[in-house]
Design a protein around this ligand. Structure first.
Ligand SMILES: [Zn+2]
Length: 375
């Protein structure tokens, strides 16, 4: 079986392009991963997700372990076959959602005991159990089990949490074992404290991973604080491995993260927003439910080649959103995912051609113009 590999192909400042090679196909970086929480990217057929240009999806361990369960997915041939997505899949460790979605939980050195938010049933997640679930799912990129340090956290709290995550990182590495063609990523913690981020990075390097994530961000700290951490945190991680910023983000978060050396990101924002009528364009965000669109025969974006923009007017999209028709979620999600993948493609081209700073200035200038004038 071919191995998991990462080649850096170009650099421009701290920004980089590269290619992650997996047995299920290559991932062009910087990459944006749409989120397929419950074995589906909501409102999208898998082939449509692929058509937007996505090379990889993210699946959620927490949701899948509860329903339909990892064991059932394994019996049915694994997550790729189950959800009809043959390209790579990254799964998170479940740690973040256990902490954010469950009310009753108990955290110990061993792991986290909790009750399902669906039916109250009792479960346990530990580094070993998380590795087992991600193996049963057949995930291509497995994430180490960690505790996402809450924000804000004082330095002592952040230190204790980070040190626990590093002990769990070692247990994750041991439980993962040697699985050719599959990768295990470690997760840097340490909150907003440079010394803790450095200690975490050193510990992760010592254990050795196939890639490194920057955890504990995009948890309500705001863009300025996040960029403050990203000014130094990615530089602490090995240069020759992919760097993954978890749970990010808005288009301008993505651009700022790439400028600081990040290679991979994921976020529910484009798909979730597609269901709430929020539309991303190169001229910023617009809300399709706004009355200004009801007589507008123009597409969302004249230059966008997605099905929503090619064949439908703002007036139609406004109407089906207002009427709560299912096609509204389908078309707006498709447009948003297409916009995000186009953004990544533009970013990769700009870096490869050594004009990322200019491209970035143009990106911000175009957004500052705002939506096209009302008819
Ligand atoms: Zn479009």
């Amino acid at each position: 079986m071919p191995c998991f590999d990462f080649d850096l192909t170009s650099r421009d400042g701290k920004a980089r392009t590269g290619r992650i090679r997996t047995p299920r196909g290559d991932i062009r970086t910087p990459a944006f991963m749409p989120v397929g929480t419950a074995a589906t990217v909501k409102a999208m057929m898998p082939e449509s997700v692929a058509a937007t240009g996505a090379d990889i999806l993210l699946g959620n361990t927490y949701h899948l372990m509860l329903r339909p369960t990892a064991e059932r997915i394994d019996r049915l041939g694994g997550l790729h076959r189950f959800m009809n997505w043959e390209k790579p899949i990254l799964t998170d460790s479940g740690g973040f959602q256990v902490m954010s979605l469950t009310g009753l939980r108990k955290l110990t050195e061993e792991g986290v005991r909790f009750r399902s938010h669906i039916d109250g049933s009792r479960h346990m997640l530990s580094p070993e159990r998380s590795m087992e679930i991600q193996r049963l799912l057949g995930s291509d990129i497995v994430m180490a089990f960690d505790e996402c340090t809450p924000f804000p956290a004082d330095e002592e709290t952040a230190r204790n949490s980070m040190e626990l995550s590093m002990r769990w990182a070692r247990r994750s590495r041991e439980a993962f074992g040697d699985r050719s063609g599959h990768a295990l990523f470690g997760i840097q913690q340490g909150g907003v404290y440079p010394g803790l981020r450095a200690a975490s990075a050193e510990k992760l390097r010592e254990i050795g991973f196939d890639g490194y994530a920057i955890g504990g961000l995009a948890v309500g700290e705001g863009q300025e604080t996040m960029f403050g951490v990203l000014d130094y945190a990615p530089d602490m991680l090995p240069e020759d491995k992919p760097r993954y910023l978890m749970g990010v983000g808005k288009p301008d978060d993505i651009v700022g993260a790439v400028a600081r050396g990040v290679d991979m990101m994921d976020c529910v924002l484009p798909s979730r927003s597609g269901r709430t009528g929020q539309v991303f364009t190169r001229r910023g965000v617009l809300n399709i439910k706004n009355a200004r669109h009801q007589d507008d025969p123009r597409p969302i974006d004249e230059t966008c080649t997605c099905p929503a923009c090619r064949s439908y007017s703002r007036a139609y999209l406004h109407h089906v959103f207002r009427a709560q028709e299912i096609i509204s979620s389908m078309l707006l999600t498709w447009h948003n995912l297409h916009y995000y993948q186009q953004l990544m493609s533009d970013i990769r081209a700009a870096i490869a051609e050594g004009r990322f700073a200019d491209w970035q200035a143009g990106f911000h200038a175009e957004r500052a113009e705002g939506d096209v004038a009302r008819l």
